[in-house]
Each structure stands twice: as structure tokens, then as C-alpha cells.
Design a protein around this ligand. Structure first.
Ligand code: CTP
Length: 409
């Protein structure tokens, strides 16, 4: 019988502890052996009975229970993944400084497996330099620390500090576990990913759009997060759930996308343009709904060119990168002469890598799978066989990592 992967779910004392019940359920139902290690304070929010019943394992907060089993060492030593969710400011501080005054902090010191923190706290606490330095320390040591989401906090206030969707945290756990003991190789890196398809409005109810679902861009964001990156995901009209830990910027049109990409790219180590950007937009926007006129043919729609965002970032034509040393990746959706067109496009756009895939009525758009060839400026071609969009995303990061320049401070 194959042994179940062992996960330690550390729960620290924040109101989001109740959301960790959903994370626990997902983990157990997908075949993980989960040992919940709550802090004493967290039991004010969710009691030990809940954790015990949902995990099917004993629950203890401190090192003095079952001492003969040496739990303060064993639990950490045997884990394949430790996920602390929610992680409070206090927990991050303790972990960063190596304190060990309860079972969870002892476990963090003895664990040699990947460790994932999902912080949740009020915005002020998250933004405090003490917390930020603790987070940086933990990341530097190889932990994956997710950025909290932006949204409603405990009271009436909103801001950054919200616990990300537990389903999305579960997805990150799955990815971090799948990577095993591999170091998160995008730690300390800021990556910008565009996803989805732009919509160019004609009037208040109509637009010119495309069939991009955004799933490939989201797969890139999720895999980058599991590899430790700080991710800015610029999404255009996807309607997909926010990946846990990404900073999300929502845009509608190509012009808005350009503005968001240029802003985020200013301090980014890599930019991946997975979005399908409309090449043209209607020249005029009718502020009222365009009505048909009896007996008249429709007026032609005049179009104007949209900016080429990828070429601008990559320096296509000019050879001048917006940010020298930045790795720039483009996507090319082609219906004919796929590779030949891809090679031309790689050169024209000036990017380092171009992911070329064939699109058509039933190919790629909206599907969970993809097949592509990644072209590089040095002539290398990396074919990625038909498979999950996540697999292609990981291949892209595998090719980006060796091309990254030295880490900026
Ligand atoms: N792209 C962009 N800005 C545009 C158009 C495309 O940044 N105005 C980016 C896309 O995000 C993608 C890449 O360029 O990464 C290639 O997109 P594609 O639509 O295949 O290329 P086009 O430049 O539109 O080329 P063509 O119309 O000749 O196929």
C-alpha cells in the first residue's frame, strides 16, 4: 500500500482559523494524512475537537502530551509538507526568530520538508516593517510565504491581509508537495503575468473580444507562487478564482492592460504575456447603444491599432529593453505555419522566449490542456507534449530561471 503524504497543518490564532477547516477537508479527502497542530490561542476560534474529528488524528498544542513519543521532534521530522494557515504576525515572528515555545514552533524547527505560510492579519500588521522583515527572512530560508489577499477583514474594514480562498491554498499545497524538496527557485523574484483576453468596447453593451479563457496565465501564476515568486497577475475578463498569494490587477481593454503591465514590470524580474490582446479597437466609442436603422445597412466599424505591449516591454524593433536584464516571454497563437510564424514573431517582438501553440475552434481555448513548443532566442526549441496547462507553465519557469539576472535587493 502506498503511504499517504504526511501534512502538518499548523493553525495560529486568527479568525481565519475557521477557514482552515475547509483546507483540512480538501487535504484529507484528496488522500493526505494530516496532523493538525494548533496554537493555544487558535483554540479560541476553532476547538481541538473539530481538528481531531476532521483529521482523524490526535490534536495537541504543546509538547507535554505523549512525551514518550517525542512529538516535538517526530511530527516535524516525518512531515512531507508543513502548512501554517492562518499564519498570524506573531507566528511569522516566532518562526523567523526560531522560537520554540509550543508544539507548532518546535515542529517548524524540526521540519526538513517544504514549509508554506498563508498569513492573515490586519493590513497595518502585515505592512509593519517587523512583519515584512520576518516574511523576507522566512522566504530567504526557503519557505513559501503567500501574500494575503485584498478584501474584507474581520470587522468592517477592508485591505490587504485577508486569508486567501482555502481551495486555492489547497492547490498551492498540492503543487508545493509535488515539487518535493526542490528549493523554491523563484524566491525573491517578482514576476508579472498577463492572462485572459481584452475586450474593446463599441458601445455600452458590445465589444470586440476573443476566446482566451485565461487558464494558461493562471496556471503560470499558480506554479510561480508554488516556486516562491511574488506574482502580479494582470487579468482581463477571465472570471477565474484568484490564485492564493497573487497580487491581482483587473483590466478590460488593451490600453488598460498596457498601463498595468508597464507599471508592474518596472521592478519585475520576468514578464510573461499570456493574455490575448486585441490588435485593434474601434476608433470611436458610442456612449449610447448603437441602434439599427430600418432599411439601412449597418455602418462599417472603423478600427485603430492597439499598442503592442509585448514588443514594448521586450524592445522589439528598438532592441532596448524597458528594464535591462528582465526576462520577457510571449505567447503566439497560430493557426497555420505554426513554427515558422513563431520564429518570425520571436524576432519581431524581441522577447527571450516564445510559447507557440496552434489554436483553432476546439484547440487550446478554454481547455485544461495545452501543447506547445517554446522557442528561445538562442535557437533552442522545447516541445511540450499535450498535457495540463500547469505542466507547460512549469516548463516555461524552468526555461526562465536560468535566464534570470542577479537578484535585485
Ligand atoms: N501582444 C501584445 N500586444 C498586442 C498584441 C499581442 O502584447 N497588441 C502579445 C500577446 O500577449 C502574446 C504575443 O504578443 O504574448 C503574441 O500575440 P499574437 O496575437 O499571437 O501576435 P500578434 O502580434 O497579434 O501577431 P499576428 O497578429 O501577426 O499573429
Amino acid at each position: 500500500m502506498v503511504e499517504k503524504p504526511k501534512v502538518v497543518l499548523g493553525v495560529s490564532g486568527g479568525i481565519a482559523a475557521y477557514k482552515a477547516c475547509e483546507l483540512l477537508r480538501r487535504l484529507t479527502e484528496s488522500g493526505h494524512d494530516v496532523r493538525v497542530v494548533p496554537t493555544e490561542a487558535s483554540l479560541h476560534f476553532v476547538g481541538a475537537a473539530t481538528w481531531s474529528a476532521l483529521s482523524g488524528n490526535p490534536v495537541s498544542t504543546e509538547v507535554w502530551d505523549s512525551v514518550h513519543e517525542v512529538p516535538h521532534v517526530r511530527i516535524g521530522q516525518h512531515a512531507d509538507l508543513v502548512v501554517v494557515a492562518p499564519a498570524t504576525a506573531d507566528m511569522l515572528a516566532k518562526a523567523a526568530h526560531g522560537l520554540a515555545d509550543d508544539l507548532l514552533t518546535n515542529t517548524l524547527l524540526t521540519a526538513r520538508c517544504p514549509v508554506l505560510f498563508a498569513p492573515a492579519m490586519h493590513t497595518e500588521m502585515w505592512e509593519h516593517p517587523a512583519t515584512q522583515e520576518n516574511v523576507a527572512t522566512l522566504r530567504r530560508r526557503g519557505a513559501v510565504v503567500l501574500e494575503p489577499a485584498v478584501g474584507r477583514l474581520t470587522g468592517v474594514d477592508t485591505g490587504k491581509g485577508r486569508f486567501p480562498d482555502p481551495v486555492e491554498i489547497f492547490e498551492t499545497c498540492r503543487r508545493v508537495l509535488a515539487r518535493g524538496v526542490a528549493e523554491p527557485d523563484l524566491t525573491g523574484r517578482h514576476v508579472v503575468i498577463s492572462a485572459g483576453g481584452t475586450r474593446e468596447p463599441l458601445d455600452p453593451v458590445r465589444y470586440l473580444g476573443n476566446r482566451s479563457s485565461g487558464k494558461q496565465g493562471y496556471a503560470l501564476a499558480r506554479t510561480a507562487l508554488a516556486r516562491g515568486a511574488r506574482v502580479t497577475l494582470i487579468e482581463a475578463n477571465t472570471g477565474l478564482p484568484d490564485p492564493a498569494g497573487a497580487d491581482i490587477v483587473r483590466v478590460g481593454t488593451a490600453v488598460q492592460l498596457r498601463e498595468a503591465v508597464l507599471k508592474a514590470a518596472a521592478d519585475a524580474d520576468a514578464v510573461v504575456m499570456a493574455a490575448a490582446v486585441a490588435d485593434f479597437r474601434p476608433e470611436t466609442y458610442a456612449t449610447g447603444k448603437i441602434k439599427k436603422q430600418d432599411g439601412q445597412e449597418p455602418a462599417p466599424v472603423a478600427l485603430v491599432r492597439n499598442p503592442d505591449i509585448l514588443a514594448e516591454v521586450a524592445g522589439g524593433g528598438t532592441g532596448a529593453r524597458l528594464r535591462p536584464g528582465q526576462v520577457v516571454v510571449g505567447f503566439a497563437a497560430e493557426t497555420d505555419d505554426v513554427l515558422a510564424n513563431g520564429r518570425k514573431k520571436l524576432q519581431r517582438k524581441g522577447c527571450d522566449l516564445l510559447v507557440v501553440n496552434e489554436v483553432g475552434e476546439r484547440k487550446t481555448f478554454g481547455s485544461e490542456e495545452n501543447e506547445a513548443v517554446v522557442l528561445a532566442t538562442d535557437g533552442a526549441e522545447t516541445p511540450v507534449p499535450y498535457g495540463p496547462k500547469e505542466t507547460l507553465a512549469d516548463v516555461v519557469w524552468d526555461l526562465v530561471v536560468p535566464r534570470l539576472g542577479p537578484e535585485s535587493a
